[in-house]
Design a protein around this ligand. Structure first.
Ligand SMILES: NC(=O)c1ccc[n+]([C@@H]2O[C@H](COP(=O)([O-])OP(=O)(O)OC[C@H]3O[C@@H](n4cnc5c(N)ncnc54)[C@H](OP(=O)(O)O)[C@@H]3O)[C@@H](O)[C@H]2O)c1
Length: 363
């Protein structure tokens, strides 16, 4: 039996293709190995960022591809179609990190009632979260359309949750407004929603492109929306905290020079605009720093104890998730040609922000 993989040229992400690879014979799988059919996965700008930093953060190591190419990791669902692990049955549904492919072989380890890990040697250089699979067959929150929203947003909302928690703990570094670039992105509006609903006294300002203003307005969680060409019209007299999803050096420089010492925090999260210059000058105001989610998780895991992060995150997600159908339409696409088109549209910023792509390489 053959598998289908979607791969991209690592140093030119516009070049992509579909290849066929040979699947191992189910009967000869080594002990504890699972053969998983990837049934559906989400694709957003976040996955493009995985590709952009694939070498640096070792994402390319997760799902090996032919020389020079990479298979971009995606969040989604897989069904176990063959199992050599006594604790995992054929037909089980897993949620986690998959390749853009029809199949994945997993070396099941740390199998518990709620999940398992892929113990494959080539996957161990990334944070543990990327090798963990939740067993979701009997969890209604992961079924049908609810499952699509989980794939589209849950991993992103974890970042929104952690940034909100970090900033609140620092009392927003003295700022009374938070500025979010790529305000239309799922990660940004998750954070905007948390600050808007939980942090009285903090104004949420969304920075976005002209074409996305209406969508950002419709979310109702930004107090003010400013297009990128008008950011210097913001009053520079009040202290602000900047949370950057766009990753544009020129935007960051303009904001820092405009706000000067009033720029109290400058956190680098995303790269949606892929406009980072390697030679960024020193800027006035707070020093731009990369927000590293695993650090905040580790800190809170220690302080909140076992299950503390999951419990608080679960409560935040339960409040957020029911709002999603009003904001995001799920668009399903199947087959190699549709996946290729969806990938190139995502890479080139052609997906309207009110659409969430759920894809499958199987026809
Ligand atoms: N560090 C972490 O741990 C972490 C975790 C989660 C997310 N993130 C990052 O947060 C960012 C947002 O991810 P997401 O999945 O939430 O994004 P998304 O929902 O797919 O964002 C779509 C928006 O991003 C901007 N955009 C996307 N592609 C573009 C392009 N080619 N050119 C210009 N603008 C483009 C546009 O917003 P505007 O018009 O409003 O700019 C667009 O509406 C990503 O860079 C992601 O990697 C980082």
């Amino acid at each position: 039996m053959n598998a289908t993989d979607f791969i991209v040229l690592r140093d030119d992400l516009q070049q992509c293709k579909v290849i066929e690879t040979q699947l191992p014979d189910a009967a000869t799988l080594p002990p504890d190995t699972l053969l998983v059919k990837v049934t559906r996965f989400a694709l957003t700008a976040n996955n493009i960022t995985y590709a952009v930093v694939g070498d640096q953060l070792k994402y390319w190591e997760l799902f090996p591809a032919p020389e020079g190419y990479g298979n971009i990791p995606v969040w989604g669902f897989g069904e176990v179609i063959a199992s050599m692990h006594p604790g995992v049955a054929v037909g089980e549904m897993l949620f986690g990190y998959f390749p853009m492919a029809t199949h994945l072989v997993i070396e099941a380890t740390d199998v518990s009632k709620r999940g398992l890990r892929d113990g494959a040697a080539h996957r161990q250089s990334v944070a543990p979260v990327y090798n963990a699979y939740a067993r979701v067959s009997v969890d209604p929150a992961f079924a049908g359309r609810q499952g699509d929203y989980q794939a589209l947003l849950r991993p992103l909302f974890m970042l929104s949750f952690l940034v909100d928690d970090f900033l609140a703990e620092q009392d927003f570094c003295g700022a009374r407004s938070i500025l979010l670039s790529s305000a239309s992105s799922k990660t940004a509006f998750g954070l905007a929603h948390l600050v808007h609903t939980q942090r009285p006294g903090i104004r949420v300002v969304g920075l976005t492109s002209a074409g996305n203003v209406d969508f950002v307005k419709s979310l109702g969680c930004y107090d003010e929306i400013v297009t990128y060409d008008r950011i210097t019209s913001l009053p520079a007299t009040e202290p602000v905290a900047y949370v950057d999803m766009a990753g544009s050096s020129s935007l960051r420089e303009t904001l820092h020079r405009h706000f000067g010492a009033q720029m109290k925090y400058s956190g680098q999260i995303g790269l949606t605009h892929r406009g980072r210059r390697p030679d960024e000058p020193a800027l006035p105001g707070a020093k731009p720093t990369r927000f590293f989610a695993p650090d905040q998780i580790r800190k809170r895991a220690k302080e909140w104890g076992p299950g503390g992060v999951e419990q608080r995150f679960g409560a935040a997600w339960a409040e957020f998730a029911p709002r999603l159908p009003a904001w995001l339409e799920v668009i399903e696409r199947r087959g190699p040609a549709a996946v290729r088109e969806a990938y190139l549209d995502t890479l080139n910023g052609r997906i309207p922000p009110n659409q969430g792509l759920i894809l499958s390489l199987a026809e």
